[in-house]
Design a protein around this ligand. Structure first.
Ligand code: FE2
Ligand code: FE2
Length: 279
């Protein structure tokens, strides 16, 4: 127990003392998101943000052509993808691709955990998107999606700190249990700190901070959407946890949007299908 506390304290102290290289938020992602939240996003802005980066555009096309978005004809350009899938869908795909680059480590074990974390973030964002459609919350669609994608960014921060600590001291003992414990106990507070540092609008920061809080703001629809999507991902096993016994339909959050067992069963199937995208 003592060991756990000290390991977590070391991570916390390292972040608080600024003794670490923090992840930066990708400027292309910011450009895409700023366009997506507009009432009428401009196709040219999105196309430019993607097409000027060769590797980004090829990865976006790869994802747009995956069986999840299955079309009869393969799309060969960003513009064709936008025409077929729509501006918002392509915007979402590009945010997935951009975020993936952050979830990488030279350390094999950390890389595995980061990959799982990325899968969870994408699953959660798509889950939130599914919910906004089901609950007819069209106005929040793009904001809520983004909040879902970033809700666990504090875990990424913890993993990056561990990576840097291990580079300094390769003998540093880090068990899987310690890693999980550190992420669980630090990610909401440290994630909030990171989001603030990135100058993210408060509505996203609050979701990062409060998505596990018992005494949460039960009037904050966006927070509630992310809490539901997060739990559904944990139920299906998208990410680091799998708990099929989770009864999401019994939760206050599901009641808030009058989600029935059938709604949630449909959402579960949808989430299982999304895993094609992140394999
Ligand atoms: Fe979380
Ligand atoms: Fe989560």
């Amino acid at each position: 127990m003592q060991k756990q506390i000290s390991f977590i304290e070391v991570i916390k102290k390292t972040i608080e003392e600024g003794d670490v290289v923090l992840p930066v938020f990708n400027s292309a992602a910011m450009k895409v998101q700023q366009e997506l939240v507009k009432k009428e996003p401009d196709m040219r802005v999105l196309e430019n943000a993607i097409a000027t980066d060769q590797s980004l555009s090829s990865l976006v096309l790869q994802m747009a052509n995956s069986s999840f978005y299955s079309g009869l004809v393969e799309v060969l350009s960003v513009r064709a993808a936008i025409v077929r899938l729509g501006i918002r869908e392509v915007g979402r795909i590009s945010l997935f691709v951009i975020s993936k680059n952050q979830f990488r480590s030279e350390d094999k074990r950390l890389n595995f955990v980061m990959r799982k974390l990325w899968q969870h973030s994408v699953g959660c964002a798509l889950g939130v998107n599914w919910l906004t459609k089901r609950c007819k919350l069209d106005d929040m669609e793009s904001h809520a999606f983004f909040a879902g994608l970033l809700h666990d960014v504090g875990k990424l921060l913890v993993l990056m700190v561990v990576e840097q600590l291990r580079k300094k001291d390769p003998e540093l003992p880090v068990t899987d249990a310690l890693l999980m414990e550190a992420m669980e106990s630090l990610h909401t507070k440290q994630g909030y700190y990171l989001m603030k540092l990135w100058n993210m609008p408060e509505l996203y920061c609050v979701v990062t901070r409060d998505h596990h809080k018992d005494d949460y703001d039960n009037t904050n629809d966006m927070l509630i959407l992310v809490r539901i999507a997060n739990m559904m991902c944990n139920k299906v096993g998208i990410g680091l946890r799998k708990d099929p016994t989770l009864m999401v339909s019994a939760l206050e959050e599901a009641h808030h949007f009058n989600l029935t067992e059938i709604d949630l069963a449909e959402m579960e199937i949808f989430l299982e299908d999304t895993t094609i995208l992140t394999r």
